[in-house]
Write a protein that binds this ligand. Structure first.
Ligand SMILES: CC(C)(COP(=O)(O)OP(=O)(O)OC[C@H]1O[C@@H](n2cnc3c(N)ncnc32)[C@H](O)[C@@H]1OP(=O)(O)O)[C@@H](O)C(=O)NCCC(=O)NCCS
Length: 167
């Protein structure tokens, strides 16, 4: 069956994650990020938000992923009021495939999918020391909207970063 392609970047394809991709996604997460999740966390997000759990693939190999969910809560961008928000829960690209626009493509594809669900903003948490990722997000219009002290298990703080998205 044809896989659900959502974007192309060079020879890489961005498509929807399928249940069979989850072990590879988990492996990429384990080798690239200090924050890990249980199997059921991944499968639950995939079941609930299948259109916004995306992978980047090259020649049949999954080399990156992004997981999003939709939430409803206080806007990170307006002073008052509630908003339907897309939340980038986790994103990673395998080391040897970085710097080729895959992270950018995964975030932009996330925005499109999240906007389709009528969300008006997208946000994420990022380690304050993760300069590369912060630069990527700033390049895509995100700004720091707050700091969560001791957000991570090792005590590091997180920036909350958010951007407006439009359909
Ligand atoms: C962050 C990450 C997803 C970026 O993926 P990527 O495919 O390399 O990103 P892109 O190639 O689209 O980079 C886009 C821009 O982001 C910035 N950027 C990305 N990584 C960077 C780094 N290590 N240092 C400086 N800038 C960086 C650059 O401005 C880059 O644009 P440029 O290539 O024109 O200079 C990837 O580095 C990664 O998986 N890191 C480990 C996991 C992680 O930190 N995830 C984020 C958690 S919040």
């Amino acid at each position: 069956m044809q896989k659900a392609v959502v974007a192309k970047v060079g020879d890489y394809t961005v498509r929807r994650c399928e249940p069979g991709d989850v072990p590879v996604v988990m492996n990429i997460n384990m080798t690239t990020l200090p924050e890990h999740y249980t199997d059921s966390f991944y499968y639950d997000i995939l079941r609930e938000f299948p259109e916004m759990f995306l992978v980047a693939e090259l020649g049949g190999e999954v080399v990156g992923y992004v997981m999003n969910r939709i939430e409803y809560g206080f806007s990170y961008l307006r002073r008052l009021g509630l908003a339907r928000r897309g939340h980038i829960v986790s994103i990673a690209v395998k080391d040897e495939h970085r710097g080729k626009g895959i992270g950018t493509a995964l975030v932009l594809a996330s925005h499109e999918e999240v906007a389709r669900k009528s969300a008006t903003e997208c946000y994420l948490e990022v380690r304050v020391s993760n300069e590369g990722a912060i630069r990527l997000y700033e390049k895509l219009g995100y700004r720091k909207t707050g700091t969560l002290e001791a957000y991570y298990r090792d005590g590091e703080a997180a920036f909350v970063m958010a951007t407006r998205i439009a359909r």
